[in-house]
Design a protein around this ligand. Structure first.
Ligand code: PEP
Ligand code: MN
Length: 338
């Protein structure tokens, strides 16, 4: 349910309504809009009828049901787009945000060299996995905390923000100590214990779609993070499993306009994992921006042929710089900047 407050209500009015909601055993989430505030009330559906009665309060304009199963993520609760602020960087605003870097952090030399080239070409966020969820237990699993330290060093050297993956609930605080944005990967899309922990930290979450989750399931999974009070969630389409084998996954660009319709959360696209081959990344990056994405996450490696993970889909620095030039006119054509 969502409680729409009358315009011109006082802070005391708001607090009084919040107290009533809590008394009914529901969790209130205050969303301040441009013109009025609303309170998204989530929890046991049985509190619904009693909540409806709050419509009789002077400061309350109406109490409405939220029809979508994803409540706080839905446009029904918040019509205006969410802009996730990462320090001075806005994700979901007019400017397209490009996150780039290696699949895995491999060494100081590798991450510092990559950070320098992606920054030079115009990226504002450095990616790099320190904890890697690999399909095989025998594949490189990441440098763990040492990798986080190297990322922090690259941030110091370049001023880039850092996004890196967390795979276990017990590592969330450690990763949050180093990262500017925590990534939750496709394989953990429905790891609800991890999502709840990510809801408790005060860092934005880059939440990737699962390779076999529908858009509705995806948004309900995102709801786990929002329901714990972390509203800074960035969604990411990264390809789904289909019958097609010519590419690693099928990048579902339908998801971009559909998500923009259903949710206020920013949406970025990962054409590296979505296609699985560097040759296709530039075309799908342009397509993603044309479709309405707020940004891209790309894999870049100084020597892709030596990469410890995802070398085939990683761009050489020169190709990345060309990509950045190629997406600019597309961004401008859809009213965005880069
Ligand atoms: C990654 O970003 O390197 C990664 C493992 O991505 P995904 O979770 O989308 O497979
Ligand atoms: Mn990867």
């Amino acid at each position: 349910m969502v409680i729409v407050m009358k315009s011109g209500h006082t802070q005391e009015d708001l607090e009084a309504v919040i107290a009533r909601v809590e008394k009914l055993g529901l969790r209130p989430h205050v969303i301040r809009g441009e013109f009025r505030s609303v309170i998204g009330c989530v929890g046991d559906e049985r509190g619904k009828t009693a909540l409806q009665a709050l419509e009789s309060l002077d400061a309350v304009e109406s109490v409405l049901p939220i029809l979508q199963p994803f409540k706080l993520a839905s446009r029904e609760v918040k019509g205006t787009k969410t802009v996730v602020q990462v320090g001075d960087l806005a994700i979901g605003g007019e400017r397209i945000v490009v996150m780039a870097g290696p699949c895995s952090v491999e060494s100081e030399e590798q991450i510092l060299a990559t950070a320098a080239v992606v920054r030079e070409a115009g990226a504002t966020v450095l990616r790099g996995g320190a904890f890697k969820p690999r399909t095989s237990p025998y594949a490189f699993q990441g440098l763990e905390e040492e990798g986080l330290k190297l990322l922090a060093r690259a941030r110091e050297a370049t001023g880039l923000k850092i996004v890196t993956e967390v795979v276990k609930p017990e590592d969330v605080d450690l990763v949050a100590d180093y990262a500017d944005i925590l990534q939750v990967g496709a394989r953990n899309n429905q790891n609800f214990a991890l999502l709840k922990r990510c809801g408790e930290v005060k860092k934005p979450i880059l939440f990737k779609r699962g390779m076999a989750t529908t858009i509705k399931e995806y948004l309900q999974a995102a709801e786990y993070i929002l329901a714990e009070g972390n509203y800074d969630v960035i969604l990411c389409e990264r390809g789904i499993r289909t019958f097609e084998t010519a590419t690693r996954f099928t990048l579902d660009l339908n998801a971009v306009p559909v998500l923009n319709d259903l949710t206020h959360l920013p949406v970025i696209v990962d054409p590296a994992h979505g296609t699985g081959h560097w040759k296709y990344v530039t075309a799908m990056s342009k397509a993603a921006i044309a479709a309405g994405a707020d940004g891209l996450i790309l894999e870049v490696h100084p020597k892709p042929e030596e990469a410890l993970s995802d070398g085939v889909q990683s761009l050489k620095p020169k190709v990345f710089a060309e990509l950045m030039k190629a997406i600019k006119p597309v961004a401008m054509a859809v009213g965005r900047t880069l």
